[in-house]
Each structure stands twice: as C-alpha cells, then as structure tokens.
Design a protein around this ligand. Structure first.
Ligand code: HEC
Length: 138
C-alpha cells in the first residue's frame, strides 16, 4: 500500500517535471514594465527602413542578440534557459506595438540581464537592429 502510494507520487512528480521543462519560459520571471524616458519614446528613427538596413541589422542581431532572443525573436535562444527573466517575444503585439525609440532605448541602455550596447554598437547599428527586429512580427 505504502509502496503503491510512493510509486504513484513519484510518477506524478516526474510527469509534471517532464511537462513543464518543455516550456522555454519555465521558472522565468515575466519582465516588469520599463520606464522609458519620453524623449526616447518619441525619438525619430534616423535610419531608413529597407533592404540595406535589414541586411545590416540581421548580421548584428545574429551575432549579438540571437543567443538569448532566438533566431526569430521568440525568446528561445540557446542562452535563454539560463536567464532568470524571459527576454520577451518579439513577434507579438506587446513588443511590436512599442515605438522604434523604445526598442532603441532598451537596446542601448539595457537592464538587469539585458546587456547594454552603448559603446559596443554605434547608434546607427542599434537602429539597424531595431529595423530588422520589425521583421519578426507575426
Ligand atoms: C544575455 C542575454 C541577452 C542578450 C545577448 C541580448 N538580450 Fe535583449 N533582453 C534580455 C533579457 C533577459 C531581456 C528582458 C530584461 C528585462 O525586462 O528586465 C531583454 C530585453 C530586450 C528588449 C526589450 C523587449 C521588450 O519586450 O520590451 C529589447 C528591445 C532587447 N532586449 C533587444 C536586444 C538586442 C537588440 C540585443 C542585441 C544587440 C539583445 N537584446 C541582446 C537578454 C538578452
């Protein structure tokens, strides 16, 4: 009787672990809202959208961002599982409804586990990346 109970409990626990470990966001905190200064929210994107910017942005994104954010921006890069904070889903409305300036600010200054790219990428290259990340929209 006790043995049967132990087996039943173990099966339930292992089953739960197997199911939840398939979710990339398992155990991760959902990001809290960012406090983006008004001048960035409304900042005009100085880099024209189009093929040239997208191509430059893709190279930069693949090299610097995909390890966490995933190739298509779903937040499922190889390093994502080790993060405490879910890096976001760039294909969805919560991301795509933000202004270019908000994306620029977050990329330039970072926060917590999101590295800051100030001094690592030029402003123009951050804008190229911001432009490319629009292509993840579903
Ligand atoms: C080491 C992992 C890591 C790398 C590399 C990384 N990020 Fe992030 N990023 C995060 C995490 C974690 C968050 C969520 C942080 C938070 O909300 O506190 C985030 C958040 C963001 C956000 C805000 C998303 C939203 O929904 O508002 C943007 C924009 C962003 N990252 C862009 C980039 C860009 C562009 C690059 C490359 C130039 C990059 N990130 C590289 C981990 C990473």
């Amino acid at each position: 009787m006790i043995r049967k109970t132990i087996i039943a409990i173990s099966t339930a626990v292992i089953g739960t672990l197997l199911i939840t470990s398939g979710n990339p966001a398992h155990g991760q905190q959902q990001p809290k809202p960012w406090d983006v200064p008004a001048q960035y929210k409304t900042m005009k994107n100085p880099v024209a959208k189009g093929e040239a910017s997208d191509n430059a942005g893709k190279v930069l994104y693949t090299k610097n961002c995909a390890s966490c954010h995933g190739k298509t921006g779903l937040g499922d890069g190889v390093k994502a599982r080790a993060l405490q904070t879910f890096p976001g889903d760039f294909s969805g409305a919560a991301y795509q409804n933000q202004t270019d300036g908000e994306h620029f600010y977050k990329t330039k200054f970072g926060r917590g586990e999101m590295p800051k790219y100030e001094g690592k990428l030029t402003d123009d290259d951050i804008w190229n990346t911001v432009n490319y990340m629009r292509s993840f929209k579903k």
